[in-house]
Structures are given as C-alpha cells and as structure tokens.
Design a protein around this ligand. Sequence first.
Ligand SMILES: Nc1ncnc2c1ncn2[C@@H]1O[C@H](COP(=O)(O)OP(=O)(O)OP(=O)(O)O)[C@@H](O)[C@H]1O
Ligand SMILES: [Mg+2]
Length: 413
Amino acid sequence: MILSKPQGRIANDTSRNRVAICGRRWGKTVLAIRELCKAASIPKQKCWYVAPTYKQARQVVFEELKDKLRELRWLTKVNETNLEFSLKNGSTIALKGADNYDSLRGVGLNFLVMDEFADIKPDAWYSTLRPTLSDKQGRALFIGTPKGIGNWSYDIFNQAVEDPESWSSYQYSTLSGGRVPAEEISSARRDLDEKTFNQEYLGTFETYSGVIYYNFDRNRHVKTYTGEIPDVIHCGLDFNIDPMSASIGVQTDSGFHFVDYLKIYGSNTNEVCDEIKRRYPNKKIFVYPDASGRQRRSSANGMTDHIILQNAGFVVKSANTNPAVKDRIAAVNSKLCSTTGDIGILVDPKCKPIIEGLERQTYKEGTQIPDKDNITDHQNDATGYVISWLYPIRRNTQNTEPGNWRSRQGNRL
Ligand SMILES: Nc1ncnc2c1ncn2[C@@H]1O[C@H](COP(=O)(O)OP(=O)(O)OP(=O)(O)O)[C@@H](O)[C@H]1O
Ligand SMILES: [Mg+2]
C-alpha cells in the first residue's frame, strides 16, 4: 500500500512525538499500522497500539495487522488473547485497550500509537503511558479526530507550539486523505450540522458552550402538531425505572414531529406497554428501545424487556448494541438543524420533558461527556434512540441503511 502524500509527510517526520488530527476516513488507522510495522522492523523493540477499548483494538486492527505481518513473513508467534505479535527480530507489537489503563503500567516501550486518542482518558497518557516511554526515550504517535477545544486532544495538539523540539502536529481534512469522494463530503455537509461537519470532516477543534443540543431553539422547534395522528407511531424508549421515559412522534414531510411522551416513576415495561396501547389503540407502533433491554430480564417469569415489547404487539427496532452516545447526539443535532438550515425535528408544546431535555442537558465541564446526574438524560436517550435509528448520520460511503450500526460504523473506533 502506497501512503498518500499527507500520510507520507507524517511518516517521514522524525520528531519524538507526532500528533495527527484528521477527518473521518482519512487513513489514520492505516498510517498507525504502517508506523507500528516500521518501528518494529528495528530489532528488539516493544511497540504498542492503544485504542479507547480492547474490543476496538481487536475489531479494528488485529486481523489487518496479522495479515500484514504474515505477508512480510516477520511473525514467530501470535497471542490471540493478549493481542500480541512476536517477530523474528525479537520485537513485539501488542494491541491494548485504554478502558483498563491501570493495567498498562510498567513496561519500557520504544513506540506507542494512540488511535482515536480524544476518546481515551487523559490520565491514561499522563499517569500511565507516558512513563512507559521514559526509560527508552520511546516515540509516540497520537492520531484521531478532534473532540472540541475542551478535550485534552486540543492540549496535545498544541504541544508543538510550546515544545517544537520534541513535538510536531498535523491537521488534515477528510478530503485531503483522498479516500472519500468530494460528492460524498458535500452530501455529508448537507446532512450534518455545521459543528459536527467541521469536526468530523474538516478535522477542526470546535467550541461547544457546554449545551449538548446546541441546535435546539424553542422558538423554532416547538410547534403544535395539528395533523391527524397517522397509522404508524414511533416511540423511543429508555428503560430506566425511575423514571421510565418515552419520546413519541410521527414522521412528517419535513422530518419528525414529537407529539407525546411518557415519564413514569416506579414503573416497569409491562405498564409502559399498557399505557402506550391505551393512548394509541389500533395504531402500528414501532419502538426504539435501549439495546440493553435485549438481555435485561424484568418480569417475574424471566422475559426480557424486548420480548415484553414484542408480545405487546410492537415492532422493536434495536441493534445488538446502542449506537455510540456521540453518534446519537450528532444525529439529533443534525436533524434539529442541518448545515443548510433545514429543520427536521419539531416538538409539540405539551412534550415538556422532551423540550427541557433538549434545552438543558449539558456536558460535564471541559469534556464531551453528557452530565448523567441530570434528570434530562433519560428523556434524551429515548429521543436519541428513535432519531438516530430513523435519521442516522452518514458514517461512510457504503452501508447507510438505518439500524445497521455495526456495518454503518465501518471500522470507526
Ligand atoms: N495509503 C492508502 N492506500 C490505500 N488505501 C488506503 C490508504 N490509506 C487508507 N486507505 C483506505 O481508506 C479507508 C479508510 O482508512 P482508515 O480506516 O485508516 O481511516 P481512518 O481515518 O482511520 O477512518 P475512521 O475515521 O473511520 O477511523 C480504508 O478502507 C483504508 O484501507
Ligand atoms: Mg480509524
């Protein structure tokens, strides 16, 4: 595989620490794999690839790296559990997840790649990984999409200004990677709101005021639903017991109109089913629940929440796992107002918890982690499940079929 020009520029940079902030599908992970192999081509080197989670390291890189090392005929041993490769020249390459970063202490590394590092906790670098590079003066490559100026990736990116001797930084848009056609990028610009588009495709650090649904505006999004309730109702559902939250709406010519909600304290799934059926008899009801309800057994006879919903006659729309919270948020923000100014979500004024949820939920200070202490969180989960299923954000050029999160996310970390 021949590197693109910008990939080559980063590969040829000899700084001890390199930072690459790039748009989606730019070729970050390919460059990371290439740099790991290059580092491990020197005898007796210890090289690590760290992803935000072990699962991501396994899913995104393991097979690809194994094929590459086999092709090069460098391998002597592969440990499938530890995700570790031993090479003929005495070097090792190990794949790690930063979800359990305390376990990453204590080895002298020669080379470290942190892929999608904005999603890794800063402490994983500052207190655990950085010291592992100290004794051997190891090199580091930080690579990923940005996550707003409050995220530590912004500080790391700016290290090159403070300490240009040991740090260098690069910033590239998706287009410059040459892997995504210009038409696809224009189409994403239409689908996404401006900040999401800038972050994901231009690779820029955006300012977020702390409000999660920054595109929500009471004056523009709150509107009485005056039409007939159609035959099909869509209902996002969060199973939290106190309260059980549902965001209920209908599809219209211009998008989605929330017309009703549930917020029931001390409730259970059976009760929620009865209440929805009581309100909407003779309607076809699609429910978009929390994916964890696939396993959660909440009734006395051991039925899962999803089976209870199906037995109630609802059509259940849920993938094996929930979409990433940030993707759910991006889908809602993009549908609230696209870059071209199209409003795709309206909320009837009677749906107060939905309005307050969108208006009030904030990120924890200086992060992009939603504030969970907030009561608005459950209603927003319900709202996000239905919107992100019906109007997913475009993630790559191939599969954009709603609901197929696994394939739609491609090899996104
Ligand atoms: N130099 C290259 N030559 C050929 N194909 C490449 C090259 N670099 C990247 N690709 C291809 O482009 C696609 C995206 O690459 P990659 O997964 O590395 O991007 P990414 O920036 O990590 O994407 P994401 O934002 O989804 O994590 C992949 O199909 C990959 O095989
Ligand atoms: Mg990647």
